[in-house]
Design a binder for this molecule. Structure first.
Ligand code: NAI
Ligand code: MG
Length: 497
């Protein structure tokens, strides 16, 4: 075993050889400065392993490798269908190792193993498989004009810098890699410093299935070092980012220096509106899942629940009952666990600070509200009522298992409150009145609307936000637009000056 690989055994007994290097040019390498970062198990606070952390020098080496792979060599000349075959093989390999990937992400992130396997892994495989099919179907148009023929060619954007968050580590990597590779780009991907492990195992598979060196490079590292170096690198043609709105602003500024193409998927404070004619049981089930699943660490979490006046009291009671019945807090490995630890101590402290602010500003804690007194980063699932527009818990993304519930009277008021946000990512409407559902979904300022559900996400359907929730779309056919550019070719037919 090289000194850039370590045998690990997770608490569920699964054992594997974990690469710990930076992945550049299909090789695991040490960082130039020998810097490292710690992967931590949030259920215990203990270190799992150290991995290499990239500095600006490492990022520069990775970007140059990606540029070389883009400009010359097998990736450039490879028939698109063969690219598709490589991607399809990668999807198969991820699927074969699904339980290993679920173990790694559960350990590193704190999400339950069951959830990682059922959600993250299914999504990761499906995204790579879906985009593998697009490789040889990305084409241009011909435009017939008098005395002229014009055609368009869809070309890759170039070297793509991808910066991803920790809430769905492997799955976020595949959302970014899938469309980028399908369109023929090359990539330098920076995972989040909290969850560096699963992507390194993915990198092993990248090499194993036969991607040429330099096409996919992985540089773990801190945002301020590796992330910033990538966002500012002059040879990077595009930055695709998922994370907080504040970091997105910094990245956008850096990208502006060389006018990079950007896709940003940022924060949210998504509303879920329950009308009095809704199927009550369904509304309770989905509104619970919409904020409490994945420890509330979801950009699209429906964290603001708006309930029509005449069913409000009944709803609050039933919602709290659902939290008590369903949101069992515990370790990632226990099958009965619904909610694992928050990803890090920093995140737990952010959540606790937001809860404290809600309390101070006069909201009622109807359920939960405390850190759980045990090792690891656990918080009680929390429900706020008596929330007003002045409170920070109404406006700010908490990114934890914290719901705010508020009353409305009319449809107009519901829309007004739903739109009272600088964000516009997801939204949900519960009603059995089809006309109302469509009317409200037309008026809600959001990139996505779920009618009688929450958190639907499908490889085939575009995903993204409006307002300060982001720029551009991922997934579906729309995801290809983010990673290809159109070149127009005019052919003079020779009969006109
Ligand atoms: P973050 O936005 O700072 O981190 C996301 C990614 O950006 C990580 O890979 C990080 O290393 C990188 N990054 C950080 N600073 C950078 C910089 N200056 N240049 C380039 N890359 C940089 O988010 P963080 O600190 O992990 O979480 C803070 C809050 O962000 C959360 O409480 C939550 O509200 C939000 N968030 C939203 C996510 C989403 O899915 N939309 C995911 C993660 C966090
Ligand atoms: Mg970790």
């Amino acid at each position: 075993m090289s000194d850039l690989a370590v045998r690990l055994e997770a608490p569920n007994g699964q054992s594997w050889v974990q690469p710990t290097g930076l992945f550049i040019n299909n090789e695991f390498v040490k960082s130039v400065k020998g810097a490292s970062l710690e992967s931590i198990d949030p259920a215990t606070g203990k270190t799992i392993v150290l991995v290499q952390a990239a500095s600006a020098e490492d990022v520069d080496i990775a970007v140059k490798a990606a540029q070389k792979a883009l400009k010359s060599g097998p990736w450039k000349t490879m028939p698109a269908a063969d690219r598709g075959i490589l991607m399809s093989k990668l999807a198969d390999k991820i699927e074969q190792k699904a339980s290993l990937f679920a173990t790694i992400d559960a350990w590193d992130n704190g999400k339950t193993y069951a959830e990682a396997l059922a959600t993250d892994l299914v999504e990761a495989v499906s995204v790579i498989r879906y985009y593998s099919g697009w490789c040889d179907k990305v084409s241009g148009q011909t435009v017939n004009l008098p005395n002229k023929l014009a055609l368009t060619v869809r070309q890759p954007i170039g070297v793509i810098g991808q910066i991803i968050p920790w809430n769905y580590p492997l799955s976020m990597a595949t959302w970014k890699l899938g469309p980028a590779l399908a369109c023929g780009n090359t990539v330098v991907l920076k995972p989040a410093e909290q969850t560096p492990l699963s992507i390194l195992v993915l990198a092993e598979l990248v090499k194993e299935v036969g991607f040429p060196p330099g096409v996919i490079n992985v540089v773990n590292g801190y945002g301020r070092d590796a992330g910033s170096a990538l966002a500012g690198h002059p040879l990077v043609d595009k930055i695709a980012f998922t994370g907080s709105t504040s970091t997105a602003r910094v990245i956008m500024k850096q990208a502006a220096e060389t006018l990079k193409n950007i896709t940003l998927e940022t924060g949210g404070k998504s509303p879920l509106v329950v009308f009095d004619d809704a199927d009550f049981e369904q509304a309770i089930k989905w509104s619970h899942m919409g904020i409490m699943s994945n420890q509330g660490q979801i950009c699209t979490a429906t964290s603001r629940i708006l309930v029509q006046e005449n069913i409000y009291d009944k709803f609050v009671k039933a919602f709290i009952e659902e939290v008590k019945q369903t949101s069992k807090v515990g370790s990632q490995w226990d099958e009965a666990t619904y909610q694992g630890p928050q990803v890090s101590e920093v995140q737990l402290e952010r959540v606790m600070a937001m809860i404290e602010e809600g309390r101070k500003q006069g909201a009622t804690i109807a359920h939960g509200g405390s850190r759980i007194d045990t090792p690891g980063f656990f918080v009680e699932p929390t429900v706020f009522t008596d929330v007003t527009s002045k409170m920070s818990i109404w406006h700010e993304e908490i990114f934890g298992p914290v719901a705010v519930i508020r009353k409305f009277t009319t449809e107009e008021e519901a829309i007004e409150l739903a739109n009272e946000s600088s964000y516009g990512l997801g939204s949900a409407v519960f009603t059995t009145n089809l006309e109302r559902a469509l009317r409200v979904s037309a008026e809600i300022e959001a990139g996505m609307v779920w009618i009688n559900s929450s958190q639907d996400c499908d490889t085939h359907v575009p995903f993204g936000g409006v307002k300060q929730s982001g720029i551009g779309r991922e997934l579906g056919e729309a995801g290809l637009d983010a990673y290809s550019q159109i070149k127009a070719v005019h052919i003079n037919m020779g009969t006109k000056l």
